[in-house]
Design a protein around this ligand. Sequence first.
Ligand code: ADE
Ligand code: ZN
Length: 338
Amino acid sequence: MTDLTTFIAGLPKAELHVHIEGSFEPELMYALAQRNRIAFRYASVDELRAAYRFGNLQDFLDLYYQGMGVLRTEQDFYDLAMAYLRRAAGQAVRHAEIFFDPQGHTDRGVAFKTVIDGLWHALEDARRELGLSASLILCFLRHLDEESALKTLEEALPWRDRFIGVGLDSSEKGHPPAKFQRVFAKARSLGLHAVAHAGEEGPPEYVWEALDLLKVERIDHGNRALEDAGLTARLAAERMPLTVCPLSNLKLCVVHDMKDHPLRRMLQAGLMATLNSDDPAYFGGYVNENYIAVQQALGLSRDEVVTLAGNGFRAAFLDDAAKQRHLAALERYCATAV
Ligand code: ADE
Ligand code: ZN
């Protein structure tokens, strides 16, 4: 009998919640800072890694925006994405839907074209070289105003065929989804998918707003939805996917002990949970480490782990034929990994 850790390592998976800028490993950050001749605040990679202690989401975001400041050229964005895609392929990720934060780059003078060209060429090469499909979701930074989000969407339209949807991330508290109704309506009218971070630190009301005002197709995180029984029932009835990120929740003090992680309660409530890494370079693990951490802490069964992996494909923005192909491969894996 394969032990569960080995089983998880080879399990075919989809990743639906990963910020490409959050996959920026300190070693690569250092190398790019040197390549771009940018002075760095930390004397060594170890010193930088030692700074990765966060009391809340904002603590992390302050470092996250500082880190992405060394990304300047198309090659930088290519290298960043390729590094993530190699790690993901090595963890049996067969499909990834990757967030990127254009305003984190355009606001410091990097052209949108530079960002999208670098990311896109990495996705193309990964499909050929690594056998992994991946697509991009453009996120709006919610601490900025809707005008800036609308301008960003406008700026991105020449590359409309290179991203499949829009998302909403950054500082949640005090920045409700309602603030972004017009830009999401515009994006949906262009045929883009819609997702939003909600209920990570923010209240259940933000999850309601993401559903009713932004009309999202997935909720990113969604932990705090469980505080509202009516909302939980609705999410279950609609089979609304939640992209859950256990190590992120632990590192950002959304949960204080993995044993208290709401994933088991989500499954018991019939919610369509998926497992993801969020910002793997900052939170101590890629997707496999997230599966393993939560499996061990909550004592998840092999069947529950398989359900979570299957949910990743079911909740992906893939056509039905592609979903069926992935789910069939998952079944074959389970049949052979006895
Ligand atoms: N941007 C990157 N990671 C994030 C997170 N966990 N929540 C909100 N915004 C983010
Ligand atoms: Zn996130």
